[in-house]
Design a protein around this ligand. Structure first.
Ligand code: OGA
Ligand code: MN
Length: 297
């Protein structure tokens, strides 16, 4: 990708398979020219990190709108009862679009989603017919250790598959389980399910074409209860295990170790992510926005 021309924006790629820091930008003051450079960097590095930001929810939403239309917050896990605790102080105009990701409990009620649990590799809301194009997480309170978030490059995961596997998955689709969220909690309105052939959720191609870059990538979404229609269950399981084992190889990933004020935005179409568990006596509070995506093809 071309070097950034503007002196005040500096691009610093990680030494891993994806990810870059963008330095010298205050996201609360972003203009269209700087955004153009950021957009090019994002297409090349898939995950961008902006450190030392100080953003309100409205700033976060304004940043998101440069990327596309803001997606509405997803259905909450059954155990998340949003309080109107003033500490959250999400502006009314932000409530439809900003999700709290946190383990903090007030009066025994979770103030946000995902707790302190590990989340395995996943694509956000891949169980929807049109999963978000992007997600952005902003670190408001970050524990001194634990809760790192890793990202993996699904273009590379696809490109490095054996020719024989590539041929096998061409034209195959997979059903993505809608019943549980990324930490395995049952979502409101869904029944427990353990038979992958009965999985309820969107069906997507296993190899998708990125609508902006035109490049192909693996699109696996989530492993639990995934099923490839048309295959016997055991064949579907064996093929999915093989693909997941490959995509999870450390050489495709980069890990974000959080600092307060970090804003990390990832391309949810060609990147999966996972999170380490952390000590529940520590407090972690993130605000998240998502950008609407289109139907994978
Ligand atoms: C998410 C998610 C990871 C994290 O918000 O979709 O997976 O680090 N979060 O909290
Ligand atoms: Mn996620």
């Amino acid at each position: 990708m071309p070097a950034m021309t503007k002196a005040r924006l500096h691009l610093r790629p990680t030494d891993a398979a994806l990810g870059a820091d963008i330095e010298g930008v205050d996201l609360a003051q972003l203009d269209e020219t700087s955004f153009g450079e950021i957009e090019r960097a994002w297409a090349a590095y898939l995950v961008l990190r902006f450190r030392d930001q100080s953003l309100t929810d409205v700033d976060l939403m304004r940043f998101g709108r440069h990327l596309g239309e803001l997606d509405r917050v997803p259905i909450k896990a059954a155990n998340v009862a949003m309080t109107d605790d003033p500490r959250l102080s999400i502006a009314p105009e932000a409530r439809e679009y900003v999700t709290v990701i946190s383990n903090v409990k007030i009066d025994g009620k979770a103030i946000g989603g995902l707790g302190n649990y590990e989340s395995r590799w996943h694509t956000d809301m891949s169980y929807n017919p049109q999963p978000p194009a992007a997600s952005a997480l902003y670190g408001i309170e970050v524990p001194p250790s634990g809760g790192d978030t890793s990202f993996c490059n699904m273009y590379l995961a696809y490109e490095t598959l054996d020719a024989e596997v590539k041929q096998r998955i061409a034209g195959l689709s997979c059903i993505h389980d809608a019943s549980r969220n990324s930490v395995g909690e049952l979502r409101r309105g869904f029944a427990e399910s353990t038979d992958p052939t009965q999985t309820v959720g969107a069906k997507h191609p296993i190899v998708r074409t990125h609508p902006v870059t035109g490049r192909q990538c693996l699109f696996l979404g989530r492993r639990r209860n995934a099923y490839i229609p048309g295959l016997a269950l055991e064949d579907s399981e064996a093929l999915l295990d093989r693909l997941w084992e490959h995509a999870s190889e450390p050489r495709f990933s980069w890990t974000q170790v959080w600092r307060k004020g970090d804003l990390v935005v990832w391309d949810n179409r060609c990147v999966m992510h996972r999170r380490d568990a952390f000590d529940d006596s520590l407090q972690r509070v993130m605000h998240r926005i998502q950008i609407c995506g289109d139907t994978p093809f």
